[in-house]
Design a protein around this ligand. Sequence first.
Ligand SMILES: *[C@@H]1O[C@H](CO)[C@@H](O)[C@H](O)[C@H]1NC(C)=O
Ligand SMILES: *[C@@H]1O[C@H](CO)[C@@H](O)[C@H](O)[C@H]1NC(C)=O
Ligand SMILES: *[C@@H]1O[C@H](CO)[C@@H](O)[C@H](O)[C@H]1NC(C)=O
Ligand SMILES: *[C@@H]1O[C@H](CO)[C@@H](O)[C@H](O)[C@H]1NC(C)=O
Length: 252
Amino acid sequence: MFFSSSSLFLFLILSSIFSFGFSNRTITNYTFLIREATIKDIKQSFERNQLTSRQLVQYYLREIARLNGLLKGIIEVNPDALLQADAADKERKCKVNGSLPDLHGIPILLKDNIATKDKLNTTAGSFALLGSVVPRDAGVVEKLRKAGAIILGKASLSEWANFRSTTAPSGFSPRSGQGKNPYVLSATPCGSSSGSAISVAANLVTVSLGTETDGSILCPSSFNSVVGLKPTVGLTSRAGAFQLLQDRTPLG
Ligand SMILES: *[C@@H]1O[C@H](CO)[C@@H](O)[C@H](O)[C@H]1NC(C)=O
Ligand SMILES: *[C@@H]1O[C@H](CO)[C@@H](O)[C@H](O)[C@H]1NC(C)=O
Ligand SMILES: *[C@@H]1O[C@H](CO)[C@@H](O)[C@H](O)[C@H]1NC(C)=O
Ligand SMILES: *[C@@H]1O[C@H](CO)[C@@H](O)[C@H](O)[C@H]1NC(C)=O
């Protein structure tokens, strides 16, 4: 099941929200560390004027340029990510602390089977869908935008969420090449939400979304040492994501 996990819709809140806790920064002298920062850390740093969304996005873009050629966790970067960051920074200046939506100015990566009606392609990793036009944002993407998130790009995956073939390697798609487990490059990253997990593990983004029918969030999360949530089917919208089993595949 691990290696043939099909997948689809989900809300993958990987490491960020959960890595709070036992480091010095949350206990006594607060020093913001951009690597491994949680959403909560980032929001505090925004409020304290220690960090802007532009700086955060620039950091990730640099890390993607440095590491993605090797790790192949990301298929496309949103050419509008910095514009969205600037808009968030501008808006933050005019608002009082705590009045902004939950993910305001936070970069998020979406598995490549989750539709976005913007400059990004939605291809499930396949050249067959390159250049196709989706009718609208997926339901979860609509919500993310309302919550203020910055769409950083599209994550790689096992092509067609691993419905391409029963023998295709996990984390491989023609558009990305073979995604790598950042901890052990020769080990599988598992799939099919491989890029979503690889990218969070390697600090290429704060959080990401994947989809799962049977193991496609949980397996890559575990293999890449990040936290993954597979919500109960129905708790998150499944509209606008490519999936084999519409009634069994949540986004997370
Ligand atoms: C916490 O502080 C101790 C001593 O001040 C230091 O040795 C340790 O590396 C710090 N841990 C982290 C996660 O910063
Ligand atoms: C926190 O640490 C920094 C540098 O390590 C130091 O300059 C600052 O005085 C410390 N602040 C507090 C409140 O301890
Ligand atoms: C927000 O809170 C921080 C401290 O947490 C404070 O320095 C800053 O002035 C506050 N900003 C506004 C607009 O209230
Ligand atoms: C989407 O695909 C087209 C090719 O059809 C490519 O020109 C464009 O750069 C892609 N978009 C992004 C954001 O990479």
